[in-house]
Design a protein around this ligand. Structure first.
Ligand code: MG
Ligand code: MG
Length: 259
């Protein structure tokens, strides 16, 4: 695994802020009745105005700027004519590329009035990401991050998707090391000062098992129960991680409705 120079971190930070602000811009338009393709177009326009391009559009043929995954869809949903309805939860993953470096962030939004048990899944998933940040320190191991997420969410009866994991980030969208959301404390490769990683718990209300839809992209929960996804990019440091992306722009938009 390759650690980043301060100059590279600055570039990555610029991208991290772009994806953070893009998600906030999209958040303004999330409500019952909106088509997911409309959200995709808003994101595309915003990313271009920032002098960046979507990291996902064209990636292995993916057609959207965003991945938009509703309810039982875990990740990699394709934006289209589907309309958001009251009570949905929608996971939006945004990636961008500027000056040869990537940004990558995700957030799961409630649409209108969402049932309390589903809101709890969102809250716990988001909190698991912050539990992971507490142990994402130089000298710790990947497994410390993994177990922080897993132990926390499983204590509420939720399950961790195994097939999809966090990752290093830099001049590639997915770099080493993989950052699974399940694993044993003290296991896996060592975290070094300057390592840039995306931590992204994907947590299911029911079974951990997932299936891929016929479109070749969308991942669903096998039992069709809801799933949640939150993602931030950080630089591993000695005392506290340097968190490059932020949910603060999103939460400003959500106001009292924030997760
Ligand atoms: Mg992502
Ligand atoms: Mg990612």
């Amino acid at each position: 695994m390759v650690v980043k120079t301060n100059e590279e971190v600055e570039r990555l930070k610029e991208n991290a802020i772009i994806v953070s602000k893009t998600l906030a811009e999209v958040a303004k338009h999330i409500k019952p009745g909106v088509k997911t393709i409309t959200l995709d177009h808003i994101a595309e326009k915003f990313i271009r105005a920032e002098g960046a391009v979507s990291a996902f559009k064209g990636y292995r043929g993916f057609p959207g700027t965003l991945c938009i995954s509703i309810n039982e869809e875990v990740v990699h949903g394709i934006p289209g004519e589907r309309v958001l309805t009251n009570g949905d939860v929608v996971s939006i993953d945004c990636g961008c590329l500027k000056h040869g470096f990537y940004g990558d962030s995700a957030y799961t939004f409630p649409v209108g009035e969402v049932k309390p048990d589903v809101m709890d899944l969102l809250k716990r998933t988001k909190e698991s990401l912050f539990r992971a940040l507490d142990v994402a320190l130089a000298g710790k191991r990947v497994g410390d991050i993994s177990s922080a997420v897993q132990d926390y969410v499983e204590s509420f009866g939720y399950s961790v998707v195994r097939e999809l994991v966090g990752h290093g980030l830099g001049k590639q969208l997915h770099e080493k090391p993989d950052i699974p959301n399940y694993g044993r404390q003290g296991s896996g490769s060592k975290l070094h000062d300057g390592l840039v990683i995306c931590i992204e718990p994907m947590i299911n209300m029911g079974t951990k098992n997932v299936v891929q839809a016929a479109d070749g992209w969308t991942i669903w929960t096998a039992d069709k129960q809801p799933s949640a996804h939150f993602e931030l990019t950080i630089v591993v440091r000695k005392e506290v991680p340097d968190v490059l992306s932020t949910f603060s722009f999103i939460e400003e938009v959500l106001g009292p409705n924030k997760i």
